[in-house]
Design a protein around this ligand. Structure first.
Ligand code: SF4
Ligand code: SF4
Length: 361
């Protein structure tokens, strides 16, 4: 599975499931949005996770499961078991790693077994990671993964489109791997330890009030097993979870329960279709704050919003709107989506085969 296929599914409700496997990480990157470190603790119960993935059915499953952390490859055996359980139902599995193991000349056997069982492998790379694991070591490990037959991508993060680090690293990936390694380029946000990087991490830009939130499409299993509706880190960490963003817990719920709640929620349908700020404006009659995700979390305290959403999006019209907007975003392609949520200048590198010549340099 290539990165473009994976990102092509991102706007489709319940087409994917994100799993935060552990908060622990051998690295301590200065910008880490999850506050991960060698001493951090927390992760969903492995038995609950396996039971949850075992609840996927051939006709009711996510197309892709994305394992993240912390560092998911601290748990290579669990990764293999989850990958096999997902595949038994027809789901594919991808994983995002900080590449701690690349400091060794050869990838350790249990980690390589976990990686070669995946359908896609992604490596994080940025100026903070490179202080922990040099770029040349990451490239050496990625070459070994490619040689073993697993598709690879690099997730690059920088301070913005003018960041010279991004230009240098993107060109280097292209020079070494040509079209074999697509790039997902993001901008540093003030989340977790990233919030303490004064002047580097930038708040998300003030968006148009009507910005459909594709990030509300894939449920997320968080570090304590709670399942939330989106991957925004403040939402993932919020307790209590705002009621409209809470989808369940893997101790009590199966995938069909979680999927049905995500697809069936009138508020989530409208968050995905018109965005939280437009939703706020439509049913409260007052302009929303400019913060997209803060506005969204605040909707839990606005009963008039839940009532209005139930009225207008609780029936077949809401189902149609949700599907229509998802299909329109999917048809626009993965680069259009990355252009909205990532670093627009490099968005087309998500699919190097179709990237513009100036991006390919
Ligand atoms: S590798 Fe990733 S999870 Fe680990 S500390 Fe760095 S940013 Fe955080
Ligand atoms: S707008 Fe809401 S659903 Fe979307 S990422 Fe932000 S908090 Fe999550």
């Amino acid at each position: 599975m290539e990165l473009a296929q994976l990102m092509g599914l991102r706007p489709v409700p319940a087409a994917g499931l994100l799993v935060s496997l552990t908060r622990r990480c051998p690295l301590s990157c200065a910008h880490c949005s999850t506050d991960s470190s060698p001493t951090a603790s927390g992760g969903p119960d492995p038995d609950h996770l396996l039971r949850f993935v075992g609840s996927f059915g051939a006709a009711d499953r996510p197309d892709v499961v994305l394992l993240t952390g912390g560092e998911p490859l601290l748990l290579p055996e669990l990764t293999v078991r989850l990958t096999e359980a997902a595949r038994a139902a027809g789901s594919r599995t991808a994983l995002l790693s900080g590449m701690f193991f690349a400091r060794r000349e050869r990838i350790p056997g249990p980690i390589m077994r976990a990686i070669t069982g995946l359908d896609h492998f992604s490596a994080s790379l940025d100026i903070h990671h490179e202080r922990e694991v040099p770029r040349a070591m990451v490239f050496r490990a990625l070459a070994a993964v490619l040689d073993a037959g697993t598709p690879v991508s690099v997730h690059l993060t920088g301070t913005g489109p003018e960041d010279p680090y991004l230009a240098d690293a993107a060109a280097d990936v292209r020079r070494v791997f040509s079209d074999r390694v697509p790039l997902l380029v993001n901008e540093l946000r003030p989340l977790g330890r990233g919030a303490r990087l004064a002047g580097e991490a930038r708040p998300a830009p003030v968006d148009s009030p009507a910005l459909p939130c594709a990030m509300a499409s894939w449920p997320v299993i968080t570090f304590d097993g709670t399942v939330v509706a989106c991957c925004n880190q403040q939402t993932v960490d919020a307790r209590p979870v705002p009621s409209h963003l809470l989808l369940g817990h893997i101790a009590d719920d199966d995938w069909p329960d979680v999927r049905a709640r995500s697809l069936g929620s009138p508020v989530l349908r409208l968050v995905r279709a018109i965005g939280p700020r437009q939703l706020h404006l439509r049913y409260t009659g007052s302009p929303s704050p400019t913060d997209h995700c803060g506005t969204c979390r605040g909707l839990a305290d606005r009963p008039e919003v839940s009532a209005g959403a139930a009225r207008e999006a609780g029936g077949p019209g809401g189902v149609f709107l949700d599907r229509f907007v998802a299909e329109r975003q999917r048809a626009a392609g993965p680069a259009a989506l990355v252009g909205r949520f990532g670093c627009a200048r490099y968005a087309d590198l998500v699919d190097p085969a179709t990237a513009r010549p100036e991006s390919r340099r």
